[in-house]
Design a protein around this ligand. Structure first.
Ligand code: R5P
Length: 290
């Protein structure tokens, strides 16, 4: 097995290669003056299982194209199998047609990757696991929630209450609760499909005088977490932390969240950011040799 260091995840790929004692294949890359992407493998993959580690966080489209080009390059250079490890899978939130006339974006992306040469895909905490069954090649998701919860254990936050900002994230906090063992719950969130604005109602939760950790898969604009933090303050939670797998943190999301009274945001290196304090490398390395 050789690990191709996708330009979007060079450090993570290197860590995975080190953990597996596998050869890392560097990638030369550039963007042409007209905006097109260029990649070149700087190592051999002939007769190898080639694992491309490449996240597709913003800017998603050039990173997806790099991934597709790398899959093509690996196959052209004799790789017997191409396994794409895509920690943040772009377009996964458009996993159904919500409004008439829309594309089913994630299926389009999966089909594009298949044509490029991808034989298998692993991602991390994909938004809706069931969409992976519709991919044209085997695809699975692994969960980084236990490792995030363990990060908080090491900070001495055992027995914290863990909260999902919407019912869809309840399965995440149930995983976290198994580690932290301080109870869990969820808020009710609605999102306007046209404006993207969210609405969250205060509800009864046993968080008064407690430390609460809000777990979510993605932080994008931060609006979800800001709304959850406001409710938690009204409910007199004593301290609020945030854990997320994919810290996209668009614009001033981080500042808005801290200004909303959150002590700290802890994310993974699915997306490189200032809050990427927990590495996915051990989780992914384990998956690659399972
Ligand atoms: C949506 O259901 C996701 O789980 C996240 O809650 C959402 O993507 C976060 O987006 P934002 O940070 O823009 O509120």
């Amino acid at each position: 097995m050789k690990i191709i260091l996708g330009p979007a995840s060079t450090q993570l790929g290197q860590k995975i290669a080190e953990l597996l004692n596998a050869e890392a294949v560097p990638v030369a890359f550039k963007t042409f003056p007209d905006g097109e992407s260029y990649v070149r493998l700087e190592g051999e993959v002939q007769d190898e299982e080639a694992v491309i580690v490449q996240t597709t966080s913003p800017p998603q489209d050039p990173k997806l194209i790099q991934l597709a080009l790398l899959a093509d390059a690996a196959k052209r250079n004799g790789a017997k199998k191409v396994w794409a490890v895509v920690p943040y899978l772009a377009y996964a939130r458009q996993d159904k047609v919500f409004l008439q006339g829309e594309a089913l974006s994630i299926e389009t992306i999966a089909n594009m990757l298949e044509v490029a040469g991808v034989d298998r895909l692993t991602t991390v905490n994909v938004h809706q696991e069931k969409i992976l069954a519709r991919f044209p090649f085997p695809a699975n998701t692994v969960s980084a929630i236990p490792l995030l919860a363990e990060h908080f254990m090491r900070k001495g936050l055992e027995k914290s209450f863990v909260l999902a900002p919407d019912k869809g994230a309840l399965h995440l906090v149930e995983q976290a609760e198994k580690v932290l063992r301080g109870g869990c719950g969820y808020l009710d969130k609605q999102r306007d499909r046209y404006t993207g604005q969210i609405h969250m109602e205060k509800k009864t939760l046993d968080v008064k005088d407690k430390t609460v950790i809000v777990f979510d898969d993605i932080i994008s604009t931060g609006s979800t977490i800001v709304a959850a933090a406001k409710i938690l303050r009204e409910l007199e939670a004593v301290k609020i932390y945030v854990a997320c797998v994919h810290p996209l943190l668009i614009g001033d999301a981080e500042k808005r969240i801290i200004d909303a009274g959150v002590e700290e945001i802890v994310g993974t290196d699915s997306v490189s950011s200032r809050v990427s304090k927990a590495s996915l490398a051990p989780l992914i390395a384990k998956e690659l040799v399972k």
